[in-house]
Unconditional design. Structure first.
Lengths: 1082, 575
């Protein structure tokens, strides 16, 4: 226990220290900002005196108005013909709308509604017109006339004509966007009780494909691809931008901080990112303050998580019987049968009479918990005046692993993930022309779990050993000793689980400052801005471990059992490492937007550069980018749209003279519904056709840097010389490195997109559909026809070509029946790539070529059932098997002789199934609300995807490992064949003697299509009257769940998104979460 | 205030622009320590590091090892022959030989070093191209350095030759502009190339290196490589007009295309050259004068006088290292693997009194210990049999039914060779004692080649009897026919060089691998039981452990399918 207190308390202190330091930094910055705001406010003699005043004003506000509004009004009204209008702004359901801007038309006189929707405004005359505007709602204009009280009900903006779309380096009006962009809002992201947003994106947006390979706390983010993979060699990861700054990681962001996520898909949208845009761009926009009184929101939810699926193993008795049976089948090839277990031993397994030497251990039951907890809290305040707006958020997330019995000798090797998030976004209106934005955010996370030494958190070894340890070998822990009867490959999982403890701490601190200055004194509509951003990450990895001693039981003559240590007690190892990375980004740009009658023109010209310092980068050399971005948009009467985008940028990955590339994109749009000839009707209220073509680049090729430089040598490796015992020692060696290719350049993607946006039935139906085609060339790949006798990998060349095309569609429908509002969203994405050229060796048969196939396409034999009788085996016309020397017996898989040469061998392997990344993905969600209740449900699925299993999964007994239940239940036996039972596996086998059955084939590569009941949420919002006394605005209780049920063709316990490795790696299963939460706003 | 703001803006944009001042060279790679080929070949010290790389790439250790160049090698080659059976079913590279599952698609299992060897050859070529131009070297550095690279390159070609027959001969480093597709040279050309390289190397290399450089190639190593190459080349597999399987017009890739008895004489001369050189290199046979168990002394003692060139590839390892972990029997040092010695192999050990094969009862008997006691002393110095001594930790090996070491001991005995007694629970530091050549092989090569060239002449008798006497065995009986001498010598060679990775190749070059009980057909083991007390004897019953399959095509390895598809290699027959 002393050890525990020393090690763990110190680590926790360290973590807390980091947290406290970050908090202090934040507080310091906050108070500085406060000071700035205060002094500025006083100078102008308007606005609140301080933050305190601002906050105080919330509680003191009267039903008619609040002080801030009064002061705003005080400055801008005139002394005569004044008239005060009051009222309440609500939505269609009568819920108050806070923060609605109310402006007296043609003046600068305005106010905003308070949290109860009330407003008060002094208007100059009876002829005044009040304009009510609010994001997401249709603006309304109401002449004041004789009225003193004007209550307004704003309709939600169904056409969303004012809807703004976040695009690269700016935003555009949705109605005039010509690129392909889709977005999802925060409300949908936080419906899933998950740790990170990559998981909650699945099924929400068209054009986005994702798979979740891991379920381990802290490492459970999904792999995301936008419109599939466009390259077979370079990186396929999209570019991630958070508030305009490229981010290395986004999964540690608190979902509650996020306002929306945009996915930029076509060349028109991504060309501005030039050399980095080819794989699509994900833009994350965080929340910002709105003018108005401070709004405080507190959300807390507690989730219970459990494994969504586990594959049970057979017990010792079944295992021993099956193992012997497997050996019996093997004996046909090996020539003799000697059972591994005698019937007396098998009996001991059955009756449990000798639990130490003949145990039957259910490792999953012993080492896995049925449930563990997850906690998520977020507290945020937002609001602001005309001069300063703020959004400040603090979040906490924790997730516990699902291992049991993890405490050992003062350590706790439980997996866990803890995260603290802090964000503050400020917007300042400094002068009429000058505005500024300041974003500061910090994420602290701690990922911990079993491991140590070379075993890391990511290699899945603990799950591997729990799932694959056989039940017969060890009774577990006896008298505090880790016992094993014999040394088998996986052994006692405790020795892995209790091996040690790894803890990775990371502290991210990101800040960006942007100044915007209107240059309308030069020409109207022109503005400039500059941004500087600094991102830093401090990491601390600790690992402490010691190799546990294994004991072997020995039965003494007096029948007592002695436990003999098999290894000596090892010292306790402790290792710690630190790393820090930082990235500096700067941008300076000019924006232009102006209308000349019906002609609307926009423009953007921007220079940016970044430098990324990371000791993990190759040669410890920082990574730099530099570029110029340009955009021109034009529309005529919002009817004919045209846009030109270009990125001219460079990266240090290429030789001087070859560093910079120009990436242009052109797009056109036609809004049919704006045409005079288009009949105004309620069926089709908006219709737009768009098309784009452009080039984008990808410089993340090959994963190595500076490949253009001449061949480098390195001092690596060693060789030993000398006489052992006296002069024996190691001598330094040096080695020839990668051969340089001075002609290296980026991958180039030529993208075409044709899209359609429709709004039907008065805005109830919204449809977006796109067809896309991408041809990527210059894919860096190693020539496949270079002979091995060259003795060195020849430099990779930009020779590969790939085509990626598909379509996607998204349909939204919303309607209401009385007080029941509901919405439905369905989206579908299909993306298929084809390798058009790779330098491939000559194949014997045309169907063997990889060219013309999808990247990652599995090849294998075609199975045609099983050999069921000796007659079938001995049939004269049976093809000869090149596997196991043609020794075939009943129960073996029958393969198709594709080329008809009478021999089953690798030449009969054809493309089978699909790659392990889905081609088709779809999501279907619906939800609604009735009075205070709301609910939502999400189904998500994928098709055209295969799971390529390893023999560990399909054969069992691999290296004395476990046997999964389905092998016992569905393997071929004579009896099962005669009974006509379902047979899904060939006869059992141990060892590697039976190679044919487990070669790549349609038996091993299985359909992993699935449909998942991904998410549901039920919420209830308490009515206002109840809360008034508590001074609360709204209280919402909610219950949600994720990964509830999955339909797939795989065996129970197999997850279609997770790929077990070949015996060295088993993923931590995906978890099913149920969460109960509370959101309070005041 | 307004001024302040303006000043602020100015500072901001100044800061912004100053960070962009290096706009033009912003993306240049900052100066760093770039090591180029010129860096390597400008000083003798750096050049020597590249020579170490040549050693590291072109040599290998056949003890189970995580090979840094090409991943893992699980099990001794001995498990792919009649010497032993690996008891771990997942030691898969041996299994594919034993069940005859050799195809051009699983070459990563049959020859894990295919790629690494070409890599080693390239390193040697670079070294040979550049070494002469290294300035300011010590006098006498360049020639031995060249000699070592030549030997390393020749070694790689010999390793290719015995697996594939004739292979493409690459004498210079490929440049990116070269034609890479060099076809296979004939078998003869490949042999000749190796021999010429050995001759050149021998003329450049010293007889002895100082102690600190022990493990570097010597003149003796070059002579020995030549001797072994010529012995292989003269053997029935290659020295023939009709190869084991017909390859049509390309037969000269896999054999000479004719039989020439002179090749045996050349092999004999080459072996004799090694024997004659030995004193100059301070090489001599270990005899009873050195140790009562001279044979065991050789594999227990590093750098002993019999080793012509030791192999330092394995480096130092600890008790948990793969080498030991994967090769010791399950009950010894917590091992996982262990090679169990077949009864087929045990039978090769002759009776130490008669010098003739031991009279084993094929149906078993009740006097196992007595039978074992009568065997060639090398039996006990090689094999951990029932009742034998391993070391102070394991003083009595029990392989009988229910004994401590019986688990998975299918053959009835374990391989003990190469696990020195000094390796114990308290002394876990271990350097594998492995070698390229030892003098005893030269005597056996000489005896074999001479018998084939001239018949059982006196020098042939003398050469083999030196080895027999050292081991404590009677001389070969006089008056043997050429054929009798050949068979007895083959037996002698197998016993003397057991588990040194000769058997796998010898049975191929003798074309006997597909004979019953060699690498084809039934592998026997002994089921051993304790006789009822008071007898301290053990009973044995031979039984079939498993059946092996060896088809004709397996006399040579297949080239990887993918390489053949590149269109420059002619595949070996049968694949």
């Amino acid at each position: 226990m002393i050890r525990k207190s020393v090690l763990f308390v110190s680590s926790q202190i360290c973590f807390k220290k980091l947290l406290v330091m970050s908090l202090r930094t934040m507080l310091l910055l906050l108070s500085l900002i406060q000071f700035f705001a205060t002094s500025y406010g006083q100078n102008n003699r308007i606005g609140p005196k301080s933050y305190g005043d601002l906050l105080a004003s919330v509680s003191k506000q009267t039903s008619s108005s609040y002080k801030l509004a009064d002061k705003v009004v005080a400055k801008t009204t005139f002394a005569y013909q004044q008239k005060t209008v009051t009222g309440r702004v609500t939505d269609a359901n009568g819920n108050p709308l806070a923060g609605v801007t109310i402006i007296e038309k043609t003046t600068t006189n305005g106010t905003i509604s308070d949290p109860k929707g009330n407003y008060s405004i002094n208007v100059s005359s009876v002829n005044s017109i009040l304009v009510f505007t609010y994001i997401g709602f249709n603006p309304q204009e109401i002449p004041v006339g004789a009225q003193y009280a004007i209550n307004v009900s704003l309709a939600e903006s169904t056409l969303q004509l004012t809807e703004v779309v976040i695009v690269g380096y700016g935003s555009q009006k949705k109605e005039t966007v010509t690129g392909s962009v889709s977005a999802v809002t925060n409300a949908k992201l936080i419906q899933s009780p998950v740790a990170n947003i990559s998981q909650s994106l699945a099924g929400r947006i068209s054009g986005l494909l994702s798979v979740q390979r891991e379920g381990q706390p802290g490492l459970d983010q999904s792999t995301i691809r936008i419109r599939g993979a466009g390259t077979y060699a370079g990186s396929t990861d999209p570019l991630i931008m958070i508030d305009g700054i490229e981010a290395q990681s986004y999964n540690n962001i608190d979902p509650y901080e996020i306002e929306s996520i945009s996915i930029l898909k076509d060349a028109s949208a991504t060309a501005v990112y030039g050399v980095r845009g080819a794989n699509g761009v994900m833009i994350i926009t965080t929340k910002r303050g709105q003018e108005g009184a401070p709004q405080v929101s507190f959300t807390s939810n507690f989730a219970i998580q459990s494994f969504a699926s586990l594959k049970p193993n057979t017990d010792s008795y079944t295992y021993a019987n099956d193992y012997n049976e497997a050996l019996r089948y093997n004996s046909y090839i090996t020539g003799s049968y000697s059972p591994r277990w005698s019937s007396a031993e098998i009996q001991k397994f059955k009756d449990g009479s000798d639990p130490i030497f003949y145990p039957n251990t259910d490792w999953m039951k012993l080492l896995l918990k049925p449930y563990s907890g997850q906690l998520q809290d977020n507290f945020n305040i937002s609001g602001g005046s005309k001069y300063m707006k703020y959004f400040v958020s603090v979040g906490y997330f924790s997730q516990e692993g699902l291992f049991k019995n993890t405490e050992w000798k003062g350590m706790d090797t439980q997996f866990s993930y803890h995260r603290y998030n802090i964000r503050s976004n400020f917007d300042f209106n400094i002068t009429k022309r000058l505005t500024a934005n300041l974003n500061i955010s910090s994420q602290l996370d701690k990922t911990a779990g079993g491991g140590g030494g070379e075993q890391t958190l990511t290699n899945g070894f603990i799950m591997n050993t729990i799932e694959l340890s056989p039940p017969y070998n060890s009774p577990g822990i006896i008298n505090g000793k880790i016992v094993e009867n014999q040394n088998v490959f996986e052994g006692n999982p405790y020795k892995r689980l209790l091996y040690g403890y790894v803890q990775n701490l990371a502290n991210y601190l990101n800040g960006s400052f942007r100044l915007n200055y209107m240059l309308d004194f030069i020409t109207k509509g022109l503005s400039t801005h500059g941004t500087i951003s600094y991102q830093s990450r401090l990491g601390n990895n600790k690992s402490y471990y010691f190799v546990p001693v294994i004991y072997t039981p020995l039965r003494l003559p007096d029948a007592t059992i002695e436990y003999l240590p098999q290894t000596e007690e090892q010292p306790f190892y402790f290792g710690e490492s630190y790393n820090k990375t930082r990235k500096i980004y700067a941008e300076i740009g000019f924006d232009y937007a102006r209308s000349f009658g019906d002609h609307n023109i926009g423009g953007l010209l921007l220079y940016n550069q970044s430098k990324n310092f990371d000791p993990g980068l190759e040669y410890d050399v920082p990574n730099g980018y530099q570029g110029v971005v340009g955009r021109v948009t034009y529309d005529y009467n919002k009817r004919y749209l045209a846009e030109f985008d270009a990125g001219y940028n460079g990266t240090e990955n290429f030789a001087p003279g070859k560093r910079f590339g120009f990436f242009p994109a052109y797009s056109l749009g036609w809004v049919l519904s704006q045409e005079p000839f288009f009949p105004k009707n309620d069926i089709v209220s908006f219709a737009k056709i768009r098309a784009s073509y452009g080039e984008v680049g990808n410089d993340k090729i090959g994963g190595l840097r500076f490949l253009y430089l001449p061949t480098s040598y390195s001092f690596s490796g060693s060789y030993n010389l000398g006489e052992v015992g006296s002069t024996f020692q190691s001598y330094q060696a040096s080695d020839e490195g990668t051969i340089g290719n001075p002609y290296l350049t980026w991958e180039r993607a030529k993208k075409t997109d044709i899209g359609l946006d429709l709004t039907l039935l008065k805005g109830k139906f919204k449809i977006t559909a796109d067809y896309f085609l991408e041809r990527r060339d210059n894919i860096l790949s190693t020539p496949g026809t270079v002979p091995d006798i060259v003795g060195k990998t020849m430099p990779a060349l930009n020779l590969g070509k790939m085509k990626n095309s598909g379509y996607e569609a998204e349909v939204n429908f919303n309607n209401k029946f009385g007080e029941f509002n509901f919405w439905v969203n369905a989206n579908f994405t299909f993306a298929r790539n084809v390798i058009e050229f790779e330098d491939e060796v000559k194949r014997s048969f045309s169907y063997q070529y990889r060219t013309g196939q999808t990247s990652g396409q599995p090849f294998g034999l075609i199975t045609e059932g099983f050999f069921n009788t000796w007659e079938e085996v001995n049939a004269a016309n049976r093809p000869k098997y090149s596997y196991q020397n043609d020794q075939i017996q009943p129960g073996d898989i029958r393969f198709k002789d594709v080329n008809g040469d009478g021999i089953i061998n690798a030449d009969d392997m054809v493309p089978i199934g699909y790659s392990n990344f889905p081609e088709k993905s779809f999501g279907f969600s619906f939800g609604g609300n009735y009075k205070g209740f709301d609910f939502s449900i999400l189904f998500q699925g994928a098709m055209n995807v295969s799971l390529n299993s390893s023999p560990v999964i399909m054969r069992g007994f691999e290296n004395d490992r476990s046997e999964f239940y389905y092998l016992h239940d569905y393997s071929w036996t004579q009896e099962r064949y005669e009974n006509g039972s379902s047979i899904l596996f060939p006869h059992l086998t141990v060892k590697g003697v039976n190679t044919g059955n487990y070669t790549e084939s349609t038996f091993m590569v299985r359909d992993a299509s699935y449909l998942r009941f991904k998410n549901f949420e039920i919420g209830y919002t308490l009515s206002n009257s109840l809360l008034k006394k508590l001074r609360l605005s709204t209280v919402r209780l909610f219950l949600n769940g994720s990964n509830l049920y999955t339909w797939s063709k795989l065996f129970k316990g197999e997850d279609p998104e997770q790929i077990p490795g070949g015996g060295d790696y088993m993923p931590y299963p995906i978890t099913r979460n149920f969460s109960l939460g509370l959101n309070v706003k005041f | 205030m307004k001024n302040l703001i303006i000043i602020g803006i100015c500072i901001f944009f100044y800061a912004l622009s100053s960070s962009c001042t290096k706009v033009t060279n912003f993306l240049d790679k900052p100066p760093g320590i770039d090591v180029t080929e010129d860096t390597i070949f400008t000083t003798q010290i750096n050049a020597e590091t590249f020579l170490m790389n040549c050693y590291s790439r072109a040599t290998y250790c056949d003890l189970p090892n995580w090979d840094e160049n090409d991943g893992k090698k699980d099990v001794a080659l001995a498990a792919s022959t009649d010497e032993s059976i690996s008891t771990c079913g997942w030691y898969w590279d041996a299994t594919c030989w034993n069940i005859g599952d050799i195809t051009p698609n699983n070459t990563d299992l049959t020859d894990t070093r295919w790629l690494a060897r070409w890599n080693g050859i390239r390193s040697c070529n670079i070294f040979l191209e550049r070494i002469s131009s290294v300035p300011k070297t010590d006098p006498g550095y360049i020639n031995p350095a060249k000699g070592q690279a030549m030997w390393l390159r020749a070694l790689s070609y010999f390793e290719l030759l015995k697996r594939y027959g004739g292979v493409p001969i690459v004498k210079k480093r490929f440049l990116t502009t070269d034609n890479f597709k060099i076809p296979r040279s004939t078998f003869k050309e490949t042999v000749d190339f190796i021999v010429t390289q050995c001759d050149s190397a021998a003329s450049l290399l010293p007889d002895i290196w100082p102690s600190v450089y022990r493990g570097k190639a010597t003149k003796g190593a070059a002579l020995m490589l030549k001797a072994r190459t010529l012995l292989y080349a003269a053997s029935p597999e290659f020295n023939t007009s009709t190869p084991y399987l017909d390859l049509g017009n390309n037969n000269n890739l896999i054999c000479y295309g004719d039989y020439d008895v002179n090749r045996w004489q050349q092999a004999a001369d080459a072996a004799k050259a090694v024997i004659d050189w030995a004193p100059a290199g301070s090489i001599s046979l270990v005899t009873t004068a050195t140790s009562p168990k001279p044979y065991q002394y050789i594999w227990e003692t590093h750098d002993n006088s019999e080793i012509i060139l030791s192999n330092k590839y394995g480096g130092s390892q600890y008790e948990t290292a793969q080498c030991i972990y994967w090769m010791t029997p399950p009950s010894i040092y917590y091992g996982e693997g262990g090679c169990t010695v077949t009864f087929n192999w045990q039978k090769l050990y002759e009776n130490k009194t008669t010098g003739q094969p031991q009279n084993w009862n094929p149906n078993g008997g009740n006097n196992l210990s007595a039978m074992y006691d009568q065997l060639d002393p090398r039996f006990g110095q090689t094999i951990a049999y029932n009742g034998s001594y391993w070391n102070t930790d394991y003083t009595n090996i029990e392989t009988y039914q229910g004994g401590q070491e019986e688990e998975r001991c299918l053959g009835g005995a374990w391989v003990h060779k190469f696990f020195p007694s000094a390796l114990t629970w308290t002394n876990v530091y271990f350097v594998p004692n492995w070698w390229w050549y030892r003098l005893a092989e030269a005597y056996l090569n000489y005896a074999e080649a001479l018998n084939e060239a001239q018949g059982p002449v006196a020098e042939a008798y003398a050469a083999v009897n030196i080895i027999r006497q050292r081991a404590g065995m009677p001389d070969f009986p006089a008056g043997l026919t050429k054929e009798q001498f050949r068979n007895k010598l083959r037996n002698e060679r197998s016993v003397e060089l057991a588990f040194e990775e000769h058997r796998f190749w010898d049975v191929r070059r003798w074309l006997i691998a597909d004979n019953e009980g060699i690498m084809n057909g039934k592998m026997y083991g002994l089921k051993i039981t304790e006789n009822p007390p008071p007898s301290t004897e053990f009973s044995y019953v031979p039984y079939v452990i498993e059946s092996h399959v060896f088809t004709k095509k397996m006399y040579l390895h297949p080239f990887p399918k993918n390489e053949v598809n590149k269109g420059y290699l002619v595949q070996n027959p049968g694949y």
